[in-house]
Design a protein. Structure first.
Length: 1013
């Protein structure tokens, strides 16, 4: 099922900068800037000494009722960035000593910490493994640890008891390492008894070491999970940055630098079932106070930041300018999102914990259920859970502990900053390695917490492990699950069945998964789970009905001694009855699981779910994922029900899929339905169905439809075109209605609609009408479209020419006509943005490459001269009012400021601001330095269309490219012929032709003013 792609014509302008200051300021000249940059700043940059260890706890402001303890500190541990406990409470810590510039020095280590006297302080440690580059993730398993150190995942194990690993095996390789802030992280044990991890922004193409037969696994924009026994890895939904965690019910939460709390809404494997389902991203931002919520730091601003801010405001150096010379009061570097699942910090149970290392604080959010989502609500008013006035406090990651406490990894560095963002004249006075010999791990508990002995679970019997599945502490439940998985002891089966009858909801849930792992989950137990009083247990019982091989995406099988659970008549009957379940999570899971069934009852159940829940965003995705098979029968059921907006949506969506997929069973169902509708005289539904099939005249399917409807289908199509033609011309109608009618003209052929569309391209028509006509022309894969636009170029308005250029470069035939016209002088060279030419110079067609390259020869590559010429702008006084008009005309298609514009480029709030010289550099020479996140990609479809944009999201079945004005294209992978990066920014070169010196000064003044509001 293909989502309609938004119109693709827009001027791509990516203004990667915004300034914070007063509306009208005069900046330093180049000469003055040189004087500033050569100054000795040593006196302004006093080194900040660390707070003595015995005073560390005094630096914190702590939420009421919370008590903080120092669990470990240097020299026992240094530079901690990730933690994992073994079953006896020993703590394994990743030390990222090579942060941030010493990746090649292999300074990273794994430390094993032991609390020998049980007082809660880890006073003994050994170097468990060393010689790692940038290690960032760890989890304990079967006597050893899996460690993520890009590009690899290792397994280290101590086999002789000396506290040091002697077995060192590289398990996977291929994780990206391009960005120290975008490395794999956050290993977690899942309910499904697999190890889950976050890939982060560096992505990767993963191979299992020693496996030369299996294809590599592409993890760009996705996370991963692997079975620690079979070492089979799958791609999982996610794709955020640093931090990933599950709640008690398996819901997944992640974060990115400027979006501190997100929820992952679906599993990759479900979406992968239907190649016609286009979905942009599984993540949704859930913080009630917004992605970049305010934070309340207790620490001062470091001196080097103050000086850097002054230099940036003066224009001496490029870069972000903190508000008023102070650190930002909102999330710009969220990290380590963790759901607290312990029982020693009761008032934070089930809350989301997020760190801000730059702000020296730990933030928490209460997760409030709202249908299928949670909303994160601030708990601490104008304060934080845990904030230090010491700038050395750097909370980067968290862990639930065996004692029920929340553990905080404090990297404890004097400076946390990407080294490239610190001006050289300041950097030489700093020591970016300062603190490499320090590190702290804190423990948060209730004020009245009394320490209890943590049991050594390695000595636990199978009976004790089963009982531990019902423990109130989430860490204990997870560890018991892991140990039962490792032991695979069949003696646990009867005890697990007892737990199903009397345990807590969490205990019952773990028991179900433990039985499943032992291939001992019987139909009777599943039926009990499906009848469970707790909806989340019912939800997972539905999931566990699915074949294990599909659930885990691996080459495992269910026990050969029994029938697959979904084939059990009693289970199938129960599932069909659950479409009326009162809980949305149950119905949501049911919508996915029904995709593994088949037959009329299953189709009827899906149709009923569509009728009841088919308007909800996430339910639509779930239901569509289950309709790779059965789209025709379900469509037939819906078409005979009602004509509600929800039904019309689904008829259109299913018909569109059927028109492309053309499965014989679905085609037969559609033909039968159309025959019945024709006999019944229900022409309205029949018209809607025929229109939704999106079949071009004279196609084989169209001929069959014409036959079964006695020729009525063609008459209906012509009727739709006639009505659309009339509405498109009717100036008494509103623009929205006329635009919709113009888009319906794509149901016809170019020959049928050509004259009308050219008429609507007339400059006397409203801009929206001209744009809609251009968009409809672009839907026809016909050589004449190119010649028509080239011939009418002189009559197109300036704004429409930019859109027309985007249309013409989208197909090889058309772009050749455009390039020929530019070469011949029929169309001015200035009408073709240099960004287009640079992309066309990499085109797959040799003739296009040659023509574009020749045209580029006439383009000045001396961007530096352009920037230098505009430096005079920095001495001009800008007018913010006039600057707003400049922003509206040239910038808002890709940037949002003061509530105006679209979010395509980098978040301006996250960037805070840019110095004036940096603005000139980014606007006038956009390809000088491009953040990889904002590089443009070129996607060619099977039918010859070419689409350009930034990657906005990826799933198993689709890729989303973002463009200006908030528009995007989501393209099914089955339609992709080629997909490649250009290495260039989306922002076009040559804006100096449209923004003169004074206009640039005005723009800067406006951005300054808007950023302070």
């Amino acid at each position: 099922m293909t989502n309609s792609r938004l119109p693709r014509m827009t001027r791509l302008l990516l203004l990667a900068a915004i300034v914070v200051a007063t509306p009208c300021v005069q900046y330093a000249t180049t000469a003055e800037a040189e004087d500033v940059t050569t100054k000795d700043y040593s006196k302004e940059l006093p080194r900040i000494k660390p707070v003595p260890l015995d005073k560390a706890l005094d630096t914190f402001s702590i939420a009421p009722g919370v008590h903080a303890e120092l669990a470990a500190h240097e020299p026992t541990v240094v530079d901690p960035v990730a933690m994992a406990f073994d079953e006896d409470g020993n703590l394994f810590v990743i030390e990222m000593r090579g942060y941030s510039e010493q990746a090649g020095d292999m300074l990273g280590r794994v430390r094993r910490l032991v609390d020998t006297d049980g007082d809660g302080v880890y006073e003994t440690s050994t170097v468990y493994a060393d010689g790692l580059s940038w290690p960032t993730a760890i989890i304990y398993y079967d006597g050893g640890v899996f460690v993520g150190a890009a590009p690899d995942i290792w397994y280290f194990k101590d086999t002789d008891g000396d506290g040091q690993a002697d077995d060192k095996d590289k398990i996977f390789t291929g994780f990206g390492k391009t960005n120290v802030q975008g490395l794999l992280n956050s290993f977690n044990w899942g309910l499904d008894n697999r190890i889950h991890g976050a890939t982060s922004s560096s992505g990767g193409t993963i191979k299992r070491v020693g496996d030369d037969k299996s294809p590599p696994l592409n993890l760009r924009g996705r996370d991963f999970a692997f079975d620690p026994k079979t070492l089979e890895m799958t791609a999982e939904s996610g794709g955020a940055q640093h931090g990933m965690s599950f709640n008690d019910w398996g819901d997944k939460f992640v974060c990115s630098n400027s979006d501190h709390l997100q929820m992952t809404m679906f599993e990759e494997r479900y979406i992968a079932r239907n190649p016609y389902l286009a979905v942009s991203s599984p993540r949704v931002s859930i913080a009630a106070d917004g992605p970049q919520a305010d934070v309340f730091r207790a620490s001062p601003v470091e001196p080097w930041r103050i000086v850097r801010t002054r230099l940036r405001v003066s224009g001496a150096v490029p870069g972000a300018v903190e508000r008023g010379g102070k650190a930002a009061g909102y999330f710009t570097g969220a990290t380590g999102s963790t759901i607290y699942r312990g029982d020693a910090l009761g008032n934070s149970r089930s809350m989301a914990i997020v760190g801000d290392a730059g702000g020296n604080l730990v933030h928490r959010k209460k997760l409030v259920p709202d249908g299928l989502l949670f909303h994160g609500q601030r708990v601490d008013e104008k304060s934080e859970l845990f904030a230090s006035n010491d700038i050395w406090f750097r909370p980067v990651q968290f862990a639930n502990g065996p004692d029920g406490a929340l553990y905080i990894a404090d990297m404890h560095r004097e400076t946390i900053e990407h080294p490239k963002s610190i001006p050289s004249m300041l950097k030489k006075h700093l020591d970016l390695t300062s603190g490499r010999d320090r590190g702290r791990i804190y423990r948060l508990v209730d004020e009245d917490y009394k320490r209890l002995d943590v049991p050594k679970m390695s000595a636990s019997s199978t009976t004790q492990l089963v009982a531990a599945l019902d423990d109130p502490n989430g860490w204990t439940r997870d560890t018991a699950s892991r140990l039962l998985f490792e032991r695979a002891d069949a003696k646990a089966i009867p005890q697990l069945r007892e737990l199903l009858a009397k345990g807590s909801p969490q205990g019952r849930l773990h028991a179900l998964y433990a039985l499943d792992q032992l291939n001992a989950l019987t139909p009777d137990q599943i039926l009990k789970g499906l009848d469970d009083e707790h909806p989340r247990v019912r939800q997972h019982a539905i999931r566990l009905c699915e074949p294990k091989s599909k659930r885990l995406g691996q080459s495992v099988s269910d026990s050969p001694r029994r029938t697959p659970l979904l084939d059990d008549p009693a289970i199938a009957q129960k599932l069909y009855s659950m479409i009326e379940d009162s809980d949305p999570h149950v119905r949501y899971q049911l919508a996915y699981t029904l995709g593994d069934l088949g037959g009329p009852r299953r189709d009827a159940a899906l149709a009923k779910l569509i009728a009841n829940d088919g308007e909800e965003r996430w339910m639509r995705i779930a239901l569509a994922s289950s309709l790779t098979r059965g789209a025709g029968p379900v469509l037939a059921i819906l078409a005979r029900r009602d004509d509600s907006p929800n039904t019309k949506y689904w008829i259109k969506a299913l018909a569109s899929q059927i028109g492309r997929q053309q499965r014989p069973e679905d085609v037969a169902a559609v033909l039968t339905l159309l025959g019945d509708l024709s006999k019944q005289g229900d022409t309205e539904t029949a018209r809607h169905l025929v229109r939704s099939l999106s079949l071009k005249p004279n196609s084989p399917f169209a001929s069959r439809i014409a036959s079964v409807t006695g020729g009525n289908a063609e008459a209906w199509r012509r009727d739709v075109l006639a009505k659309a033609t009339k509405a498109a011309r009717d100036t008494s109608l509103g623009l929205k209605a006329r635009v919709a009618a113009i888009h319906e003209l794509s149901l016809g052929s170019l020959a049928e609609t050509r004259d009308l569309l050219l008429e609507l391209l007339d400059p006397r028509q409203p801009g929206a009408i001209q744009q809609a006509a251009l968009e409809t022309l672009a839907t026809f894969n016909d050589p004449d479209v190119g010649s028509l636009l080239v011939e009418r170029w002189s009559s197109l308005s300036p704004s429409l020419r930019a859109s027309a250029a985007n249309v013409l470069v989208s197909r090889t035939t058309w772009v050749k006509q455009l390039l020929a016209a530019v070469t011949n002088g029929d169309i001015g060279r200035g009408n073709l943005p240099t960004a287009h030419l640079r992309i066309l110079a990499q085109h797959t067609d040799a003739d296009v490459r040659e023509q574009a390259s020749k045209l580029l020869e006439g383009v000045s590559h001396k961007r530096k001269e352009v920037v230098d010429a505009y430096r005079a702008t920095l001495n001009l006084q800008g007018d913010a009012t006039k600057g707003e008009a400049v922003f509206t005309k040239h910038c808002q298609s890709c940037h949002r400021v003061a509530g105006k514009g679209h979010v395509v480029g980098p978040s301006l709030a996250a960037m805070v601001s840019r110095g004036p010289e940096a603005i000139l550099m980014n606007v006038l020479d956009p390809n000088r330095e491009v953040n990889p996140q904002f590089l443009s990609y070129v996607l060619s479809t099977e039918d010859g269309e070419v689409i350009t944009g930034m990657i906005g999201g990826e799933t198993a079945t689709s890729v989303t490219l973002q463009r200006g004005k908030g528009e995007s294209d989501t393209v099914l992978r089955i339609d992709i012929d080629e997909f490649r990066g250009t290495g260039m920014s989306l922002m076009p070169e040559g804006l100096e032709k449209e923004i003169d010196h004074q206009a640039m000064a005005d723009l800067i003044a406006y951005l300054q003013q808007a950023a302070t509001q």
